[in-house]
Design a protein around this ligand. Sequence first.
Ligand code: CP
Ligand code: NVA
Length: 307
Amino acid sequence: MTRHFLRDDDLTPAEQSAILDLAVELKKDRFVVKPLAGPQTVAVIFDKSSTRTRVSFAVGIADLGGTPLIISTANSQLGGKETAADTARVLERQVAAIVWRTFAQSGLEEMALGTTVPVINGLSDDFHPCQLLADLLTIREHRGELAGLTLTFVGDGADNMVHSYLLAGATAGMHIRIACPEGYLPKDSVVADAEAIAATTGGSIAIYTDPIEAVAGADVVVTDTWVSMGKEEEKAQRLVDLARYRVDSELMSLAKPDALFLHCLPADRGYEVTADVIDGPQSVVWDEAENRLHAQKALMVWLLSVG
Ligand code: CP
Ligand code: NVA
């Protein structure tokens, strides 16, 4: 049966670990496997802006011997004119896989139900699972292993990165802490799913409103933009509501002395993170951005091998 990657818990702990192992190998030798030789084409569709996802998928598909077909929804029939299911049925006759950055998670589910080729979530309003593979790869590179580490996210707790940290972090056996204001809490259903996974992996989930308490002793501190794509109209209110949740050097100093700082980027320096932290010695954001390439290549190799 075709496997898809729509949310982080589509992978079991063993599968997630195997993909990260493969990513390490592919980082050592970028051109060692060519499952897309032909070249076969992978459709990469964008309803929202992107730099990293666009570049890393285009380069990664080429590294694997294939051809990326970058589609902007604005000049395709998808997005109001044709359903995701019909689009999927057209694409599957010609492409090896579909990557889609979109708004509603339900669109990705409709696309996946309608096709026999793997569908990969390139970011939705609810999840950013490809980013999490890169983040976990980065943390593993710098810390050796993931299980047992404490990762604290500070900021908009309802954002897609938080939902992905909850699920992927629990899958990896990590202790995931989220610090956010009351009005910016993660979805209850995702927290419950993450808690159920954590119960089987030795990880844990904790939600805080106090960033100081949440960061104390953490191995990894992360944040994300306060204004995710689609939330632009709420910007002024968000800057007020989230002002206490900025990662600055004072907050970082409460984590472990060698704690890592991650941010999926793009970043707004001076808002969710200060320049001295993101551009400082504890920041691994450029490794993190590069690792999108290696992690997604490993994901594609794995999906094409199991499907
Ligand atoms: N982190 C990330 O997904 O970046 P882009 O929006 O540039 O793809
Ligand atoms: N939460 C951000 C992530 C950007 C990569 C957004 O959805 O805009």
